[in-house]
Structure formats: C-alpha cells, structure tokens
Design a protein around this ligand. Structure first.
Ligand SMILES: NC(=O)c1ccc[n+]([C@@H]2O[C@H](COP(=O)([O-])OP(=O)(O)OC[C@H]3O[C@@H](n4cnc5c(N)ncnc54)[C@H](OP(=O)(O)O)[C@@H]3O)[C@@H](O)[C@H]2O)c1
Length: 361
C-alpha cells in the first residue's frame, strides 16, 4: 500500500468556526485517508497574536490542546510549539521558508486585512479556503484574483451549510447565464423578522438575540445589512459580474445617528425605535423578510414583502437562495435550509479543503 498524500493545513483563526472545523477534521481525517489516500494534516494554527506550528504535522493531542486553550479564552502565545508573536503574513512566509508545499491556508477569522497574507499564500502555490467574507468583499481590483483562481474556495461564506456557491459555480461552468439572484442570506435577520412578525417589539427582539449570542457582540454588524451585502457581493462576483459594494443599495435597520455610538448607548436607545418599527410593520401588506436581490446592474439589500408561502418557509434562521438563469427561467433553481450552525459551516470548510486536495496535486 502506498503512503497517503499529506496536505498540510494552515488554519488562521481558532474561534467558533475554526474549532468546529478542527474537531470535525480530527473525526473524519482517517476516513479520508482510507477512502482517498489523502491526509489533511494541520501543521499550523493561528489566532490574532500567535501560532503553534510543526511542519511535520501537529499531533492530535496538540490540536486538541489548542482547541481547549482557545475555548478557555487563552492566547496561543503561551502554548507548546508557539512561534511567539507572529502575523498571518509572516506565518505564511515561515511555512514557505520551511519548504512546505501543496499547503492549504484556511481563513476562519472574522478579520479585515487578511488579503496580503492570503495573496502571499496564493503566490506560493498554496490553496485557499475562506469562511471569512471580508477578503472577498474589498474592491474588485484587489479581489479579482481570488475569484479567478481555481485554488480559492469559499463555500462557507454564503449560506453556511447550503451549497450556494458550488451551485452557482456549476451553473456558470456549464455555460448557463445567470440573470438574477435573490435570497434570504442572514439567519440572524431571519430570526429577527420572524419575531417581529409575531408582534414582538424591535428592541426586545434585538436584546434577546444579542443575549442568546445570535447577533454579533455589536448587533449593528448584523442590523447594518453589511454582512448580507458582502454575501450578495460575493454571489454577484462569482456569477461573473465585476461589482463593487457601492453598486448595492443597503438599508440598515437603524437610523444614521445610531451608527457611531457605543454598543451600550445603541442598546439603550433601541426602545426609541419601537413605535416607528411597529407602525412600519403594521403598514405593510405582506410579510417582510430581509432579502438581497442582485442582477448584473447592481442590487438591493433590504426588507422585502414576500408571499405567505415563502415567509413560512423562511421562519427562523433559515436561508434561501434562488437563481434565475437562462436554463432556470420559468422556475428559479432554489436552495432552502439551515442558514447557520457550526457543524454545517465546518463541513463546508472541510469539503473545500478536500476539493483542493484532490485538484491541486
Ligand atoms: N458562525 C457562523 O455560523 C458562520 C457561518 C459562515 C461563516 N462564518 C464566518 O466564519 C468566520 C469565523 O467566525 P467565528 O464565529 O469563528 O469568529 P470568532 O469566534 O470571532 O473567531 C475568530 C478567530 O480569528 C482569530 N483572528 C482574528 N484576527 C486574526 C488574524 N489576523 N490572524 C489570525 N487569526 C485571527 C481570532 O483570534 P483571537 O482568539 O486571538 O481573537 C479567533 O481565533 C467569520 O468570518 C464568520 O463571518 C461564520
């Protein structure tokens, strides 16, 4: 029997998604060796300040120790095998100097400014797997190489566990023409819409969602619509439309005056919006959902009235995306299912890694 092909993995970000991915990988790794002779082997794990690395491969115990340390809120700086203070860019350079080949760099951070490290990895011949939307949502000029490369995958960035990006790739790669993409792309905003529909006050819905961890620590990261806009932009660019964020009209769920105050002040001022929100919801003839609609000419990310049937399908945190194309003109090709959850998000990252492992060498 031949030795399995080792694919070194460099994981940037060991938060919720990074840890779920590593746990899933460690459970699945041997099955992938048995089935495909491919061994996805973590060699470096990084947080915002440091990294642990072993170019020969981190042992399962070392990976488990990192998962536990990060779950307990510790920095990787004090862990065995730590490289001390190191940036993601320097970590990639370090891996290259150490002669690491056919590696896959996985961005499971939520950080801005990862483009330099990711581009360096791509130039090094490495593959990239992204759960982080931000590197794909900068200017078209600085991101187009990510969309053009067959070594870059980012299934988890849109629809979490729904195969949204791979379906769109399939349509484009087989010569279909996409006319329009529409979707409910935020589990968090789906949850908020469902509760508002039930008659709950806006401030109460947001406060509960924040307390339960459904929103980001600053709920404006969700309520601004920017997270949905980034997903819409990724879909548009993947469809072949060289769009910019400014081509999308994005309607936030709070007034401009509340954009730059502290989180505490924002939460305290939320009840001021309740009356206006209740009046707005009462004035609507239909059921509102927070939707993205994009065409080659741009798009809108906003509340939209949807029919009772779709509204029922979109209760809670579900996501839905429909593609209207030349081939799917009368009835759009539609995906519907859970919009979040660590297991399905981790699986999307793992599937991307396996795809690259098969295709890169
Ligand atoms: N939650 C979902 O269901 C879901 C679904 C799809 C996609 N995503 C995306 O997945 C990504 C990760 O989400 P999450 O919930 O896991 O975030 P998180 O818990 O905040 O974890 C982020 C991790 O990234 C690390 N980090 C930050 N800046 C870094 C840098 N410059 N270099 C290396 N590591 C860095 C952080 O380090 P420290 O520990 O030192 O702060 C932390 O370990 C996000 O982009 C999110 O949008 C999430």
């Amino acid at each position: 029997m031949s030795a399995p092909r080792h694919i070194p993995l460099i994981v940037l970000g060991v938060g919720n998604v990074g840890r779920a991915f590593l746990a899933q990988l460690m459970q699945t790794r041997q099955k992938l060796v048995d089935r495909y002779d491919v061994d996805l082997q973590p060699v470096a794990l990084a947080d915002s300040r440091s990294a642990v690395m072993n170019t020969e491969g981190l042992s399962p115990n070392a990976v488990e120790a990192v998962i536990t340390a990060k779950k307990n809120g510790q920095s990787l700086a004090g862990q065995p095998g730590s490289l001390g203070s190191i940036t993601a860019h320097d970590l990639v350079a370090h891996a290259a100097e150490a002669g690491l080949q056919h590696a896959i760099v996985i961005d499971t951070t939520a950080a801005d400014g990862m483009e330099q490290a990711l581009s360096a990895a791509l130039n090094q011949g490495y593959g990239l797997v992204l759960a982080n939307k931000r590197p794909l949502a900068g200017s078209w000029e600085t991101t187009r190489h990510f969309f053009a490369s067959t070594r870059v995958r980012f299934e988890a960035t849109v629809g979490a566990g729904l195969p949204v990006n791979s379906t769109l790739r399939y349509l484009i790669d087989t010569g279909d023409t996409v006319y329009r993409i529409e979707g409910a792309l935020s589990g968090t905003l789906g949850y908020l819409c469902s509760r508002l529909e039930d008659g709950e006050a806006f401030s109460s819905v947001v406060t509960t969602a924040k307390e339960r961890g459904y929103t980001e620590p600053d709920p404006r990261d969700d309520l601004s619509g920017m997270d949905v806009a980034r997903k819409a932009l990724i879909l548009g660019r993947l469809a072949g439309w060289p769009m910019e964020l400014k081509d999308l009209r994005v309607d936030p769920l709070y007034p401009d005056e509340m954009a730059d105050i502290t989180v505490e002040a924002f939460m305290a001022q939320l009840p001021d919006l309740d009356t206006a929100f209740a009046a707005y919801m009462g004035s609507l003839a239909g059921v509102p959902r927070y939707m993205a609609e994009i065409t080659p000419d741009g798009g809108v990310v906003s509340f939209k009235m949807v029919g009772e049937r779709l509204a029922a399908e979109l209760r809670g945190t579900r996501n839905q995306v429909s593609f209207t194309t030349q081939r799917y003109a009368d009835m759009p090709l539609t995906l519907l299912g859970p919009g979040g959850g660590m297991d399905v998000t981790a699986a999307a990252v793992l599937q991307d890694c396996l795809y690259l492992a098969h295709s890169m060498c």
